[in-house]
Design a protein around this ligand. Structure first.
Ligand code: 13P
Length: 249
C-alpha cells in the first residue's frame, strides 16, 4: 500500500499576523506542485488569515493544540469545534513542548485525538523520548507506551498522523540518524499493528520530526517507515518549500 507523504510546518510561537501573511504569500506559489500533503501550523491568532490566504490552494492549515471540550470555563483554551468552524483541517496534539511545559499527558493526548477525529480534523499526534531515556536504553519502551496510551480506543486509526520526534533532536541541530528515525517509526507502526491490525498499521502515516532541513529531508524520506516530516525551525522561511519539494531535487 502506498501512503501519501505529509509534510507539516510547526511554526511554534513565531510570527504575528503580518509576518504569517508574508510567509504564506511567499510559499503558496513555491509549493503549488507538491506531491506530498502540505500543512502549515501557525499560532492561533494567525489561523483566520492563514485559512483565508490558502483557500483554493494545496495547503492545509493546522493548529498547534486544542481542547477536547466544546466550550466552557477553560480560560485561555481553544476548542476543537472553534478550529473546525474556522476551516482548520489539522491539529498537532501532544507535542513534547506541550507535554514538558503544559502538563499534557497520554490521557489528554488521547482525549484530544478522539475529539479531533470526531470533528473530522486530522490529528498529528506526537510521541518521542528524551535524551536520558534514549541513553538509558528506554526509548522503545517510552514510545510504545505513548502510542498504547495516547492512541487507545481510536475508531479510525488510519486517519491519525503520528509524529515521532525524539526530544533530543528538536531545535538542537542534531537529527536522529536515518536508521534511528526509521527504527523508531517502525516501533510506532508495530505497536499500531498490535493494537489495530496489519491493514491499519500499513495505512497509518508516520512523520519524523527533529532538525529536519532541506539538506537531510531526501534521505529521511527514503526510509521505508517514514512518511513525512514535522518541521520546526526550517518551516519559518520560504526555504520550507525545498523540504516540501524534496522529491523534485
Ligand atoms: P525543529 O525542526 O526546529 O527541530 O523542531 C521540530 C519540532 O518540534 C516540530 O514539531
Amino acid at each position: 500500500m502506498s501512503r501519501t507523504p505529509i509534510i507539516a510546518g510547526n511554526w511554534k510561537m513565531n510570527k504575528d499576523v503580518k509576518a504569517a501573511n508574508e510567509l504564506i504569500t511567499a510559499l503558496i506559489p513555491l509549493v503549488k506542485d507538491a506531491t506530498c500533503e502540505c500543512v502549515f501550523c501557525p499560532p492561533y491568532i494567525d489561523l483566520p488569515e492563514a485559512v483565508h490566504l490558502t483557500k483554493d490552494t494545496n495547503i492545509g492549515i493546522g493548529a498547534q493544540n486544542m481542547h477536547w471540550e466544546d466550550h466552557g470555563a477553560f480560560t485561555g483554551e481553544i476548542a476543537g469545534e472553534m478550529l473546525k468552524a474556522l476551516g482548520v483541517k489539522y491539529v498537532i496534539i501532544g507535542h513534547s513542548e506541550r507535554r514538558q511545559y503544559f502538563a499534557e499527558t497520554d490521557e489528554t493526548v488521547n482525549m484530544k485525538t478522539k475529539k479531533a477525529l470526531e470533528l473530522d480534523m486530522t490529528p498529528i499526534t506526537c510521541c518521542g523520548e528524551t535524551l536520558e531515556e534514549r541513553e538509558s536504553g528506554k526509548a522503545q519502551e517510552i514510545v510504545v507506551n505513548q502510542i498504547k496510551n495516547g492512541l487507545k480506543d481510536i475508531k479510525d486509526i488510519t486517519k491519525v498522523v503520528v509524529a515521532y520526534e525524539p526530544i533530543w533532536a528538536i531545535g538542537t541541530g542534531k537529527t536522529a540518524s536515518n536508521a534511528e528515525a526509521n527504527e523508531a517509526c517502525g516501533w510506532v507502526r508495530k505497536t499500531i499493528q498490535e493494537m489495530y491490525g496489519e491493514d491499519a498499521a500499513e495505512a497509518v502515516r508516520i512523520q519524523y520530526g527533529g532538525s529536519v532541513k532541506p539538506s537531510n529531508i531526501v534521505e529521511l524520506m527514503e526510509e521505508p517507515e517514514i512518511d513525512g516530516a514535522l518541521v520546526g525551525g526550517a518551516s519559518l522561511t520560504a526555504d520550507f518549500a525545498q523540504i516540501v519539494n524534496y522529491d523534485k531535487k
